[in-house]
Design a protein around this ligand. Structure first.
Ligand code: BG6
Length: 512
Protein backbone atom coordinates (compact mmCIF):
# COMPACT_ATOMS: atom_id res chain seq x y z
CA UNK A 1 0.00 0.00 0.00
CA UNK A 2 1.64 3.31 -1.02
CA UNK A 3 2.11 5.87 1.73
CA UNK A 4 -0.66 8.48 1.10
CA UNK A 5 1.61 11.31 2.26
CA UNK A 6 4.42 10.33 -0.14
CA UNK A 7 1.78 9.82 -2.83
CA UNK A 8 0.42 13.32 -2.35
CA UNK A 9 3.97 14.73 -2.54
CA UNK A 10 4.49 12.88 -5.77
CA UNK A 11 1.18 14.14 -7.18
CA UNK A 12 2.29 17.69 -6.56
CA UNK A 13 4.84 17.34 -9.37
CA UNK A 14 2.56 15.65 -11.83
CA UNK A 15 0.86 17.40 -14.66
CA UNK A 16 -2.92 17.00 -15.06
CA UNK A 17 -4.31 13.59 -15.90
CA UNK A 18 -7.71 12.41 -17.06
CA UNK A 19 -9.07 10.67 -13.97
CA UNK A 20 -9.57 6.92 -13.98
CA UNK A 21 -13.08 5.46 -14.35
CA UNK A 22 -15.14 6.07 -11.25
CA UNK A 23 -18.57 6.18 -9.65
CA UNK A 24 -19.64 9.48 -8.16
CA UNK A 25 -22.35 9.19 -5.53
CA UNK A 26 -24.14 12.43 -4.68
CA UNK A 27 -25.99 12.46 -1.36
CA UNK A 28 -28.62 15.17 -1.68
CA UNK A 29 -29.39 14.37 -5.31
CA UNK A 30 -32.57 16.43 -5.43
CA UNK A 31 -31.05 19.49 -3.73
CA UNK A 32 -30.32 22.91 -5.11
CA UNK A 33 -26.53 22.47 -5.24
CA UNK A 34 -26.80 19.30 -7.29
CA UNK A 35 -29.08 21.02 -9.78
CA UNK A 36 -27.40 24.41 -10.01
CA UNK A 37 -23.73 23.51 -9.62
CA UNK A 38 -22.69 19.86 -9.43
CA UNK A 39 -24.41 18.31 -12.43
CA UNK A 40 -23.80 21.34 -14.71
CA UNK A 41 -20.11 21.19 -13.66
CA UNK A 42 -19.92 17.47 -14.51
CA UNK A 43 -21.70 18.10 -17.80
CA UNK A 44 -19.17 20.80 -18.73
CA UNK A 45 -16.27 18.50 -17.82
CA UNK A 46 -17.86 15.90 -20.08
CA UNK A 47 -18.16 18.45 -22.93
CA UNK A 48 -14.46 19.26 -22.57
CA UNK A 49 -13.49 15.59 -22.64
CA UNK A 50 -12.15 15.76 -19.09
CA UNK A 51 -14.21 12.94 -17.61
CA UNK A 52 -13.00 9.35 -17.82
CA UNK A 53 -14.37 7.08 -20.56
CA UNK A 54 -16.45 5.27 -18.02
CA UNK A 55 -18.15 7.17 -15.19
CA UNK A 56 -21.42 6.76 -13.34
CA UNK A 57 -23.17 9.48 -11.38
CA UNK A 58 -25.50 8.00 -8.80
CA UNK A 59 -27.89 10.41 -7.10
CA UNK A 60 -28.96 9.27 -3.62
CA UNK A 61 -32.15 10.83 -2.20
CA UNK A 62 -35.35 9.90 -0.40
CA UNK A 63 -38.01 11.00 -2.86
CA UNK A 64 -39.76 8.54 -5.09
CA UNK A 65 -38.22 8.99 -8.56
CA UNK A 66 -36.52 6.93 -11.21
CA UNK A 67 -33.60 7.52 -13.57
CA UNK A 68 -35.84 9.08 -16.24
CA UNK A 69 -37.52 11.56 -13.90
CA UNK A 70 -34.22 12.57 -12.30
CA UNK A 71 -32.55 12.98 -15.69
CA UNK A 72 -35.30 15.19 -17.04
CA UNK A 73 -35.28 17.39 -13.90
CA UNK A 74 -31.53 17.74 -14.23
CA UNK A 75 -31.83 18.53 -17.91
CA UNK A 76 -34.17 21.39 -17.08
CA UNK A 77 -31.75 22.87 -14.55
CA UNK A 78 -28.76 22.27 -16.81
CA UNK A 79 -30.37 24.43 -19.46
CA UNK A 80 -30.38 27.35 -17.02
CA UNK A 81 -27.11 26.72 -15.27
CA UNK A 82 -24.58 25.20 -17.65
CA UNK A 83 -21.69 27.61 -18.23
CA UNK A 84 -21.32 26.74 -21.89
CA UNK A 85 -24.94 26.21 -22.80
CA UNK A 86 -26.95 23.05 -23.29
CA UNK A 87 -26.51 20.81 -26.30
CA UNK A 88 -29.36 18.32 -26.67
CA UNK A 89 -27.27 15.60 -28.28
CA UNK A 90 -24.37 15.91 -25.84
CA UNK A 91 -26.74 15.96 -22.92
CA UNK A 92 -28.39 12.73 -24.09
CA UNK A 93 -24.98 11.11 -24.26
CA UNK A 94 -23.96 12.45 -20.86
CA UNK A 95 -27.24 11.63 -19.13
CA UNK A 96 -26.88 7.92 -19.89
CA UNK A 97 -24.44 7.94 -16.97
CA UNK A 98 -26.93 9.46 -14.49
CA UNK A 99 -28.72 7.04 -12.17
CA UNK A 100 -31.16 7.67 -9.39
CA UNK A 101 -30.97 5.67 -6.16
CA UNK A 102 -33.86 5.97 -3.73
CA UNK A 103 -32.62 5.56 -0.18
CA UNK A 104 -32.80 6.79 3.39
CA UNK A 105 -29.69 8.42 4.83
CA UNK A 106 -30.47 6.97 8.26
CA UNK A 107 -30.86 3.40 7.07
CA UNK A 108 -27.97 0.93 7.09
CA UNK A 109 -29.94 -1.19 4.68
CA UNK A 110 -30.05 1.63 2.12
CA UNK A 111 -26.27 1.79 2.23
CA UNK A 112 -25.82 -1.91 1.71
CA UNK A 113 -28.22 -1.67 -1.25
CA UNK A 114 -26.22 1.31 -2.49
CA UNK A 115 -23.10 -0.81 -2.32
CA UNK A 116 -24.72 -3.51 -4.44
CA UNK A 117 -25.87 -0.87 -6.92
CA UNK A 118 -22.33 0.56 -7.20
CA UNK A 119 -20.87 -2.90 -7.68
CA UNK A 120 -23.30 -3.69 -10.47
CA UNK A 121 -22.27 -0.49 -12.27
CA UNK A 122 -18.61 -1.25 -11.71
CA UNK A 123 -18.82 -4.51 -13.54
CA UNK A 124 -20.56 -3.04 -16.58
CA UNK A 125 -18.03 -1.89 -19.15
CA UNK A 126 -14.41 -1.66 -17.95
CA UNK A 127 -14.24 -2.92 -14.37
CA UNK A 128 -13.16 -0.34 -11.82
CA UNK A 129 -13.49 0.24 -8.10
CA UNK A 130 -13.02 3.95 -7.72
CA UNK A 131 -15.67 5.73 -5.67
CA UNK A 132 -16.22 9.37 -4.90
CA UNK A 133 -18.88 10.22 -2.33
CA UNK A 134 -20.18 13.79 -2.38
CA UNK A 135 -21.92 14.91 0.82
CA UNK A 136 -24.27 17.62 -0.35
CA UNK A 137 -27.04 17.08 2.20
CA UNK A 138 -27.96 19.35 5.10
CA UNK A 139 -24.93 19.31 7.44
CA UNK A 140 -26.88 17.54 10.22
CA UNK A 141 -26.75 14.41 8.06
CA UNK A 142 -22.96 14.39 7.53
CA UNK A 143 -22.22 12.20 10.61
CA UNK A 144 -24.87 9.61 9.83
CA UNK A 145 -23.86 9.35 6.17
CA UNK A 146 -20.23 8.84 7.20
CA UNK A 147 -21.18 6.25 9.79
CA UNK A 148 -23.34 4.35 7.32
CA UNK A 149 -20.66 4.46 4.64
CA UNK A 150 -18.31 2.91 7.16
CA UNK A 151 -20.79 0.23 8.24
CA UNK A 152 -21.32 -0.74 4.60
CA UNK A 153 -17.51 -0.67 4.17
CA UNK A 154 -17.92 1.78 1.35
CA UNK A 155 -15.05 3.79 2.82
CA UNK A 156 -12.74 0.97 1.72
CA UNK A 157 -12.51 0.29 -1.94
CA UNK A 158 -11.85 -3.28 -2.98
CA UNK A 159 -8.84 -4.33 -5.05
CA UNK A 160 -6.78 -1.46 -6.38
CA UNK A 161 -9.50 1.19 -6.36
CA UNK A 162 -9.87 4.28 -4.21
CA UNK A 163 -12.65 5.64 -2.06
CA UNK A 164 -12.83 9.38 -1.37
CA UNK A 165 -15.24 11.79 0.24
CA UNK A 166 -16.07 15.40 -0.60
CA UNK A 167 -17.75 17.33 2.19
CA UNK A 168 -19.70 20.48 1.48
CA UNK A 169 -19.70 23.47 3.74
CA UNK A 170 -20.54 24.41 6.44
CA UNK A 171 -17.93 22.24 8.09
CA UNK A 172 -19.16 22.61 11.66
CA UNK A 173 -20.52 25.76 13.23
CA UNK A 174 -17.67 26.35 15.68
CA UNK A 175 -14.42 24.71 16.72
CA UNK A 176 -16.09 22.04 18.86
CA UNK A 177 -18.53 20.87 16.18
CA UNK A 178 -15.81 20.98 13.49
CA UNK A 179 -13.50 18.86 15.67
CA UNK A 180 -16.30 16.38 16.26
CA UNK A 181 -17.02 16.12 12.56
CA UNK A 182 -13.31 15.78 11.83
CA UNK A 183 -13.10 12.89 14.28
CA UNK A 184 -15.94 11.10 12.49
CA UNK A 185 -14.51 11.87 9.06
CA UNK A 186 -11.01 10.69 9.97
CA UNK A 187 -12.45 7.61 11.60
CA UNK A 188 -14.01 6.76 8.24
CA UNK A 189 -11.64 8.10 5.57
CA UNK A 190 -7.92 8.74 5.56
CA UNK A 191 -7.16 12.48 5.63
CA UNK A 192 -5.62 12.18 2.15
CA UNK A 193 -8.97 10.84 0.88
CA UNK A 194 -10.95 13.68 2.51
CA UNK A 195 -11.85 16.72 0.43
CA UNK A 196 -13.41 19.61 2.39
CA UNK A 197 -14.85 21.97 -0.18
CA UNK A 198 -14.27 25.67 -0.18
CA UNK A 199 -15.47 26.67 -3.61
CA UNK A 200 -13.55 29.97 -3.48
CA UNK A 201 -10.33 27.96 -3.83
CA UNK A 202 -11.63 26.62 -7.14
CA UNK A 203 -12.14 30.12 -8.57
CA UNK A 204 -9.66 30.82 -11.33
CA UNK A 205 -8.25 34.05 -9.91
CA UNK A 206 -7.85 32.58 -6.44
CA UNK A 207 -5.71 29.84 -8.01
CA UNK A 208 -3.73 32.51 -9.80
CA UNK A 209 -2.65 34.20 -6.56
CA UNK A 210 0.22 31.75 -6.09
CA UNK A 211 1.32 32.15 -9.71
CA UNK A 212 1.19 35.92 -9.46
CA UNK A 213 3.27 35.87 -6.30
CA UNK A 214 5.77 33.13 -6.92
CA UNK A 215 6.22 33.08 -10.70
CA UNK A 216 6.85 36.82 -11.11
CA UNK A 217 9.93 38.48 -9.71
CA UNK A 218 8.28 41.90 -9.93
CA UNK A 219 5.89 41.41 -7.00
CA UNK A 220 7.45 39.09 -4.46
CA UNK A 221 10.21 41.44 -3.20
CA UNK A 222 7.49 43.99 -2.35
CA UNK A 223 5.15 41.46 -0.75
CA UNK A 224 5.87 42.31 2.91
CA UNK A 225 5.18 44.88 5.57
CA UNK A 226 8.22 46.93 4.58
CA UNK A 227 6.52 47.96 1.33
CA UNK A 228 2.83 47.14 1.80
CA UNK A 229 0.91 49.63 3.86
CA UNK A 230 -2.24 47.56 4.22
CA UNK A 231 -4.34 44.91 2.50
CA UNK A 232 -8.10 44.88 1.84
CA UNK A 233 -10.28 41.89 1.03
CA UNK A 234 -13.87 42.67 0.10
CA UNK A 235 -16.63 40.26 -0.75
CA UNK A 236 -19.81 42.11 -1.66
CA UNK A 237 -23.12 40.47 -2.49
CA UNK A 238 -26.42 41.95 -3.51
CA UNK A 239 -28.31 38.83 -2.46
CA UNK A 240 -30.21 38.81 0.80
CA UNK A 241 -32.10 35.81 2.21
CA UNK A 242 -33.66 34.55 -1.04
CA UNK A 243 -34.74 30.93 -1.44
CA UNK A 244 -35.56 30.37 2.24
CA UNK A 245 -31.94 30.84 3.33
CA UNK A 246 -32.97 32.87 6.36
CA UNK A 247 -33.36 29.79 8.56
CA UNK A 248 -29.75 28.66 8.05
CA UNK A 249 -28.26 32.14 7.82
CA UNK A 250 -29.82 33.49 10.99
CA UNK A 251 -28.00 30.78 12.93
CA UNK A 252 -24.74 31.35 11.05
CA UNK A 253 -24.22 35.02 10.15
CA UNK A 254 -21.60 36.59 7.90
CA UNK A 255 -18.56 35.67 10.02
CA UNK A 256 -19.37 31.96 10.05
CA UNK A 257 -20.93 31.78 6.59
CA UNK A 258 -18.16 33.44 4.60
CA UNK A 259 -15.27 34.75 6.71
CA UNK A 260 -14.36 31.46 8.43
CA UNK A 261 -13.94 29.76 5.07
CA UNK A 262 -13.78 31.82 1.86
CA UNK A 263 -12.25 35.04 3.17
CA UNK A 264 -9.71 33.41 5.49
CA UNK A 265 -8.70 31.10 2.64
CA UNK A 266 -8.07 34.11 0.39
CA UNK A 267 -6.17 35.78 3.21
CA UNK A 268 -3.94 32.71 3.65
CA UNK A 269 -3.11 32.63 -0.06
CA UNK A 270 -2.19 36.30 0.03
CA UNK A 271 -0.13 36.12 3.20
CA UNK A 272 1.51 32.66 3.03
CA UNK A 273 5.22 31.98 2.55
CA UNK A 274 6.32 30.18 -0.63
CA UNK A 275 5.69 26.45 -0.23
CA UNK A 276 8.63 24.07 -0.68
CA UNK A 277 6.83 22.48 -3.67
CA UNK A 278 3.34 22.35 -5.17
CA UNK A 279 2.10 19.27 -3.37
CA UNK A 280 -1.17 19.56 -1.47
CA UNK A 281 0.52 19.24 1.90
CA UNK A 282 3.28 21.76 1.25
CA UNK A 283 0.78 24.39 0.11
CA UNK A 284 -1.57 23.70 2.99
CA UNK A 285 1.30 23.69 5.51
CA UNK A 286 2.03 27.30 4.57
CA UNK A 287 -1.61 28.36 4.60
CA UNK A 288 -2.20 26.91 8.03
CA UNK A 289 0.82 28.80 9.40
CA UNK A 290 -0.91 32.05 8.43
CA UNK A 291 -4.11 31.03 10.18
CA UNK A 292 -2.14 30.14 13.29
CA UNK A 293 -0.44 33.53 13.39
CA UNK A 294 -3.56 35.71 13.08
CA UNK A 295 -3.56 37.71 16.29
CA UNK A 296 -6.36 36.46 18.57
CA UNK A 297 -8.89 38.91 19.97
CA UNK A 298 -10.57 39.21 23.35
CA UNK A 299 -13.79 41.26 23.85
CA UNK A 300 -11.93 44.58 24.02
CA UNK A 301 -10.00 43.92 20.77
CA UNK A 302 -13.20 42.70 19.10
CA UNK A 303 -14.94 45.92 20.10
CA UNK A 304 -12.12 47.97 18.58
CA UNK A 305 -11.41 45.91 15.45
CA UNK A 306 -14.61 44.20 14.35
CA UNK A 307 -17.83 45.80 13.09
CA UNK A 308 -20.99 43.75 12.80
CA UNK A 309 -24.06 45.07 11.09
CA UNK A 310 -27.48 44.27 9.66
CA UNK A 311 -29.16 45.69 6.60
CA UNK A 312 -32.29 47.77 6.87
CA UNK A 313 -34.94 48.28 4.21
CA UNK A 314 -33.65 49.95 1.08
CA UNK A 315 -33.57 49.96 -2.70
CA UNK A 316 -31.55 47.57 -4.79
CA UNK A 317 -31.79 47.20 -8.56
CA UNK A 318 -34.75 49.59 -8.57
CA UNK A 319 -36.73 47.45 -6.10
CA UNK A 320 -37.52 47.96 -2.44
CA UNK A 321 -36.05 45.13 -0.35
CA UNK A 322 -36.95 44.34 3.27
CA UNK A 323 -34.70 44.74 6.28
CA UNK A 324 -32.74 41.70 7.48
CA UNK A 325 -35.05 41.25 10.46
CA UNK A 326 -38.10 41.27 8.16
CA UNK A 327 -36.76 38.52 5.91
CA UNK A 328 -38.57 35.18 5.82
CA UNK A 329 -37.41 32.74 8.51
CA UNK A 330 -35.30 35.33 10.33
CA UNK A 331 -35.95 36.15 13.99
CA UNK A 332 -37.48 39.68 14.14
CA UNK A 333 -35.16 40.41 17.09
CA UNK A 334 -32.17 38.74 15.49
CA UNK A 335 -28.67 39.76 16.57
CA UNK A 336 -27.09 37.93 13.61
CA UNK A 337 -24.82 39.98 11.38
CA UNK A 338 -25.39 40.20 7.62
CA UNK A 339 -22.23 42.30 7.34
CA UNK A 340 -18.87 42.10 9.04
CA UNK A 341 -15.75 44.21 8.67
CA UNK A 342 -12.58 43.67 10.63
CA UNK A 343 -9.01 44.74 11.00
CA UNK A 344 -6.63 41.95 11.79
CA UNK A 345 -2.91 41.45 12.13
CA UNK A 346 -0.70 38.53 11.23
CA UNK A 347 2.03 38.19 13.80
CA UNK A 348 4.85 36.81 11.71
CA UNK A 349 8.11 38.08 10.29
CA UNK A 350 6.69 39.12 6.92
CA UNK A 351 3.56 40.94 8.05
CA UNK A 352 4.46 42.47 11.39
CA UNK A 353 2.35 45.63 11.81
CA UNK A 354 0.46 45.47 8.48
CA UNK A 355 -3.31 45.83 8.90
CA UNK A 356 -5.43 43.40 6.89
CA UNK A 357 -8.99 44.60 6.44
CA UNK A 358 -11.69 42.12 5.58
CA UNK A 359 -15.32 42.91 4.83
CA UNK A 360 -18.25 40.86 3.69
CA UNK A 361 -21.82 41.99 3.33
CA UNK A 362 -25.20 41.00 1.96
CA UNK A 363 -27.42 43.51 0.13
CA UNK A 364 -24.53 45.70 -0.98
CA UNK A 365 -24.79 47.60 -4.28
CA UNK A 366 -22.99 44.99 -6.36
CA UNK A 367 -21.64 41.45 -6.41
CA UNK A 368 -17.85 41.47 -6.45
CA UNK A 369 -14.89 39.95 -4.65
CA UNK A 370 -11.63 41.78 -4.71
CA UNK A 371 -8.27 41.86 -2.93
CA UNK A 372 -6.15 44.99 -2.96
CA UNK A 373 -2.63 45.51 -1.71
CA UNK A 374 -1.91 49.16 -0.98
CA UNK A 375 1.77 50.00 -1.18
CA UNK A 376 3.52 52.53 0.98
CA UNK A 377 4.19 55.89 -0.65
CA UNK A 378 7.69 56.75 -1.83
CA UNK A 379 9.58 59.53 0.00
CA UNK A 380 7.46 62.52 -0.78
CA UNK A 381 10.19 65.04 -1.56
CA UNK A 382 9.76 65.72 -5.27
CA UNK A 383 6.10 65.96 -6.20
CA UNK A 384 4.44 66.76 -2.92
CA UNK A 385 3.02 70.09 -4.05
CA UNK A 386 1.37 68.62 -7.14
CA UNK A 387 -2.28 67.56 -7.07
CA UNK A 388 -2.85 63.82 -7.21
CA UNK A 389 0.62 62.96 -5.99
CA UNK A 390 -0.52 61.48 -2.68
CA UNK A 391 -2.21 58.44 -4.23
CA UNK A 392 -0.30 55.23 -3.54
CA UNK A 393 0.33 52.26 -5.81
CA UNK A 394 -2.35 49.61 -5.50
CA UNK A 395 -2.28 46.07 -6.83
CA UNK A 396 -5.81 44.74 -7.20
CA UNK A 397 -6.81 41.13 -7.75
CA UNK A 398 -10.38 40.81 -8.98
CA UNK A 399 -11.64 37.38 -7.98
CA UNK A 400 -15.09 37.96 -9.53
CA UNK A 401 -17.00 38.81 -11.60
CA UNK A 402 -14.63 40.69 -13.91
CA UNK A 403 -11.65 38.37 -13.28
CA UNK A 404 -8.28 39.99 -13.59
CA UNK A 405 -5.66 42.17 -11.99
CA UNK A 406 -4.61 45.78 -12.17
CA UNK A 407 -1.85 47.99 -10.89
CA UNK A 408 -2.51 51.61 -10.12
CA UNK A 409 0.42 53.93 -10.55
CA UNK A 410 1.07 57.61 -10.97
CA UNK A 411 1.88 59.14 -14.31
CA UNK A 412 2.53 62.58 -15.70
CA UNK A 413 -0.53 63.75 -17.57
CA UNK A 414 0.46 64.61 -21.17
CA UNK A 415 0.65 68.37 -21.70
CA UNK A 416 2.79 71.37 -21.25
CA UNK A 417 2.01 71.68 -17.53
CA UNK A 418 3.23 69.18 -14.91
CA UNK A 419 0.21 67.34 -13.56
CA UNK A 420 0.23 63.89 -12.01
CA UNK A 421 -2.64 61.46 -12.36
CA UNK A 422 -3.26 57.87 -11.31
CA UNK A 423 -3.44 55.39 -14.23
CA UNK A 424 -4.23 51.67 -14.33
CA UNK A 425 -2.31 48.82 -15.90
CA UNK A 426 -4.92 46.17 -16.43
CA UNK A 427 -4.97 42.45 -17.16
CA UNK A 428 -8.26 40.68 -17.65
CA UNK A 429 -8.71 37.02 -18.38
CA UNK A 430 -11.08 37.42 -21.25
CA UNK A 431 -8.89 39.68 -23.40
CA UNK A 432 -5.71 37.70 -22.69
CA UNK A 433 -7.01 34.15 -22.99
CA UNK A 434 -10.14 34.65 -25.13
CA UNK A 435 -12.11 32.12 -23.18
CA UNK A 436 -14.16 31.95 -20.02
CA UNK A 437 -12.87 30.29 -16.86
CA UNK A 438 -14.24 26.98 -15.69
CA UNK A 439 -16.69 27.07 -12.81
CA UNK A 440 -15.04 26.45 -9.43
CA UNK A 441 -16.93 23.16 -9.04
CA UNK A 442 -15.54 21.83 -12.33
CA UNK A 443 -11.98 22.26 -11.13
CA UNK A 444 -12.71 20.89 -7.66
CA UNK A 445 -14.58 17.81 -8.89
CA UNK A 446 -11.85 16.87 -11.30
CA UNK A 447 -9.18 17.41 -8.64
CA UNK A 448 -10.97 15.08 -6.25
CA UNK A 449 -11.23 12.45 -9.00
CA UNK A 450 -7.53 12.79 -9.74
CA UNK A 451 -6.63 12.77 -6.07
CA UNK A 452 -5.21 16.27 -5.74
CA UNK A 453 -6.31 17.92 -2.50
CA UNK A 454 -4.39 21.19 -2.90
CA UNK A 455 -7.56 23.25 -3.37
CA UNK A 456 -9.39 21.67 -0.45
CA UNK A 457 -9.15 22.61 3.21
CA UNK A 458 -7.16 20.32 5.47
CA UNK A 459 -8.34 19.43 8.96
CA UNK A 460 -5.98 21.85 10.74
CA UNK A 461 -6.90 24.73 8.41
CA UNK A 462 -10.59 24.37 9.19
CA UNK A 463 -9.97 24.09 12.93
CA UNK A 464 -7.59 27.07 13.12
CA UNK A 465 -10.03 29.20 11.15
CA UNK A 466 -12.80 28.28 13.60
CA UNK A 467 -10.55 29.08 16.57
CA UNK A 468 -10.23 32.64 15.28
CA UNK A 469 -13.93 33.05 14.41
CA UNK A 470 -14.97 31.56 17.75
CA UNK A 471 -13.01 34.23 19.61
CA UNK A 472 -15.09 36.88 17.82
CA UNK A 473 -18.38 35.04 18.31
CA UNK A 474 -17.65 34.51 22.01
CA UNK A 475 -17.01 38.19 22.51
CA UNK A 476 -20.21 39.11 20.70
CA UNK A 477 -22.30 36.70 22.68
CA UNK A 478 -20.77 37.40 26.07
CA UNK A 479 -20.79 41.16 25.62
CA UNK A 480 -23.89 41.52 23.50
CA UNK A 481 -24.66 44.96 24.81
CA UNK A 482 -21.08 46.22 25.03
CA UNK A 483 -20.39 45.35 21.38
CA UNK A 484 -23.20 47.04 19.49
CA UNK A 485 -24.86 46.02 16.23
CA UNK A 486 -24.55 48.61 13.47
CA UNK A 487 -27.05 49.10 10.64
CA UNK A 488 -26.79 49.96 6.95
CA UNK A 489 -29.42 50.63 4.35
CA UNK A 490 -29.75 47.90 1.71
CA UNK A 491 -28.07 49.01 -1.49
CA UNK A 492 -25.35 51.00 0.31
CA UNK A 493 -21.75 50.07 1.11
CA UNK A 494 -22.24 49.12 4.74
CA UNK A 495 -22.31 51.04 8.02
CA UNK A 496 -20.40 54.23 8.70
CA UNK A 497 -18.60 52.42 11.54
CA UNK A 498 -16.78 50.30 8.93
CA UNK A 499 -15.50 53.47 7.26
CA UNK A 500 -14.42 54.81 10.63
CA UNK A 501 -12.53 51.59 11.33
CA UNK A 502 -10.26 52.32 8.37
CA UNK A 503 -10.13 56.05 8.98
CA UNK A 504 -8.54 55.40 12.41
CA UNK A 505 -5.30 54.53 10.62
CA UNK A 506 -5.80 56.98 7.75
CA UNK A 507 -7.18 54.37 5.31
CA UNK A 508 -10.28 54.16 3.13
CA UNK A 509 -12.12 51.23 1.56
CA UNK A 510 -11.22 50.95 -2.09
CA UNK A 511 -14.37 51.63 -4.13
CA UNK A 512 -15.41 48.61 -6.18
C1 BG6 B 1 -21.62 30.46 0.07
C2 BG6 B 1 -22.36 31.21 1.15
O1 BG6 B 1 -20.61 29.67 0.63
O2 BG6 B 1 -21.03 31.39 -0.82
C3 BG6 B 1 -23.40 32.15 0.55
O3 BG6 B 1 -23.01 30.29 2.01
C4 BG6 B 1 -22.78 33.03 -0.48
O4 BG6 B 1 -24.02 32.92 1.57
C5 BG6 B 1 -21.96 32.22 -1.48
O5 BG6 B 1 -23.80 33.74 -1.14
C6 BG6 B 1 -21.20 33.13 -2.42
O6 BG6 B 1 -20.56 32.37 -3.40
P1 BG6 B 1 -20.21 33.02 -4.80
O7 BG6 B 1 -19.39 32.00 -5.52
O8 BG6 B 1 -21.50 33.32 -5.47
O9 BG6 B 1 -19.44 34.28 -4.49
Amino acid sequence: MPDPYVESLRRGFKSRDIPGSCSIVIFGATGDLTHRKLVPALYNLFLNGELPDSFKIIGFARRDKNDQIWRSELEESNRNNSRSGHDEEKWNEFSKSLFYFRGDLNSEESFSDLKKCIMVHETKGPTFHNRLFYLSTAPDFFPVVLENLKKAQLNLSPKKGWSRVIIEKPFGSNLGTAQNLNRIVNDTFHESDTYRIDHYLGKETAQNIMVLRFANSIFEPLWRSRFIDHVQITCAEHLGMEGGRGAYYDKAGAARDMVQNHLLQLLSLIAMEPPTDLSANSVRDEKVKVLRTIRGMGPEEVRKNVIRAQYTEGTLGGKTVPSYRDEARVDPKSMTESYVAMRLFIDNWRWEGTPFYIRMGKRLPTKATEISLHLKSPPNVLFQKLPGSTESNVLTIRIQPDEGMSVRMLSKKPGTTFKIEPVEMNFDYWSSFKKGSPEAYERLLIDAMIGDATLFARRDEVENAWLFIDSIQDSWHKSNTAIPMSYYESGTWGPIEADNLLAELGHEWRPL
